[in-house]
Design a protein around this ligand. Structure first.
Ligand code: PEP
Ligand code: MN
Length: 373
């Protein structure tokens, strides 16, 4: 059960303390406090575990400081969506909003290779009104002999260039908790010119110790990719690991599923599940068309498959698009074949805008039928 408390209730306040006294008196119930300082107010929630079946919602709502009590299912306790749950979803980070109602595009390099390419990429993004990007410094590679990313060494110039070109959030995969410290340190040394969204890749979706470590910090939001060969439920539980440790600023990323059916795409595109994840949880949902499709191939209509897959996800309500671009894909050290060209960026963004507009019109159409929430 979740108890949602009145806004701006400090833990030291008499009302909060009275509530805790009452909870401590319940012998087979344990609790965990979660507080989040929003832009306007301090939000507090208390998660009750143990024999909560015996508790009545009305009784809990009568406790001091409690605004609402919500009975939750065992799964996705913190990130799940429940009936009667009117908590606002989403979060703000470094001036960018992440929610189930908006859309952010993160176009950028799969892997940082040279400062020149980072600069060309960011310049193009700024010229096209973008404030978010992706920049891989730590790369999980199938072969131990393949380029593993420049790691810590590239962080200072990546962050400085991000500041120069107005990038507010960089999605950056980490493979180990020490990478978080390296990112924090480099941000400090460069004077925090930008923000970082820590990405947990599909190979690490069930790396529980990494999830716990990333969940214990709340400075950086997290993009958790779906595991390529596990159920959706297992991946959503992985996201819950982050939240249960304290970090609820989590975006869930669909990136295609591994199949061995001789598919034309690198992975089987799973973007039909965007609305499913939004229905089951309160997380914003990201799509990664590049790692799903894996090539720059185009249909007979002249539209690249990556554009088509993006449109599928956006038209279904995706909230974030993570997409590979490169100034010179032929020399890219990782995933060149799927990187879009910089000259294609304005086209891609316009295509995304059209798909988003269609989604918004579809929401209005649904509302007119009286079927929306
Ligand atoms: C990536 O986004 O660079 C990446 C490696 O993605 P995934 O974990 O989905 O393969
Ligand atoms: Mn890649």
């Amino acid at each position: 059960m979740i108890l949602i408390l009145e806004a701006d209730l400090a833990e030291q306040s008499p009302v909060f303390q009275q509530l805790l006294t009452r909870l401590k008196a319940m012998s087979d119930i344990q609790y965990r406090i979660h507080q989040e300082q929003g832009v306007e107010q301090l939000l507090s929630e208390i998660y009750l575990i143990g024999n909560t079946k015996s508790l009545r919602v009305e009784d809990m709502e009568a406790l001091p400081g409690v605004k609402q009590a919500i009975r939750v299912s065992k799964e996705y306790r913190m990130l799940g969506r429940y009936s009667g749950d009117h908590r606002s979803q989403g979060f703000d980070y470094n001036g960018v909003h992440f929610g189930q109602d908006n859309l952010n595009v993160f176009a950028g390099l799969c892997a940082v290779d040279t400062p020149e390419h980072v600069e060309q990429m960011m310049k193009a993004l700024q010229e096209n009104g973008q404030v978010c990007t992706r920049m891989g410094a730590y790369k999980p590679r199938t072969s131990p002999y393949a380029f593993q990313g420049h790691g810590q060494a590239c962080l200072p110039y990546v962050f400085e260039l991000a500041g120069k070109y107005g990038m507010r959030v960089i999605a950056m995969e980490i493979l180990h908790e020490s990478h978080m410290d390296e990112i924090r340190e480099a941000l400090e040394k460069t004077g925090h010119p930008t923000g970082v969204m820590l990405q947990i890749g599909t190979r690490n979706t069930q790396n529980f110790e990494l999830l716990k470590a990333v969940g214990r910090q709340t400075e950086f939001p997290v993009l958790l990719k779906r595991g390529f060969g596990i159920t959706l439920e297992e991946s959503l539980n992985a996201a819950e690991y982050l939240a249960s440790e304290g970090n609820t600023k989590v975006v869930f990323g669909l990136r295609g599923m591994k199949t061995n059916l001789g598919d034309p795409h690198r992975n089987f595109v799973d973007f039909a599940q965007v609305p499913t994840v939004k229905r089951l949880t309160r997380m914003p949902v990201c799509i990664d068309p590049s790692h799903s499709v894996g090539s720059r191939d185009a249909g007979p209509d002249g539209i690249p498959d990556v554009f088509h897959a993006t449109a599928e996800g956006v038209v279904a309500g995706a909230n974030m698009v993570l997409v590979d671009f490169h100034p010179d894909p032929a020399t890219a050290l990782v995933d060149g074949p799927q990187a879009l060209l910089l000259k294609e960026l304005p086209w891609f963004l316009e295509d995304v805008r059209l798909a988003r507009e269609t989604y918004e019109e579809r929401v209005l159409l649904a509302a007119a039928q009286g079927v929306a929430e």
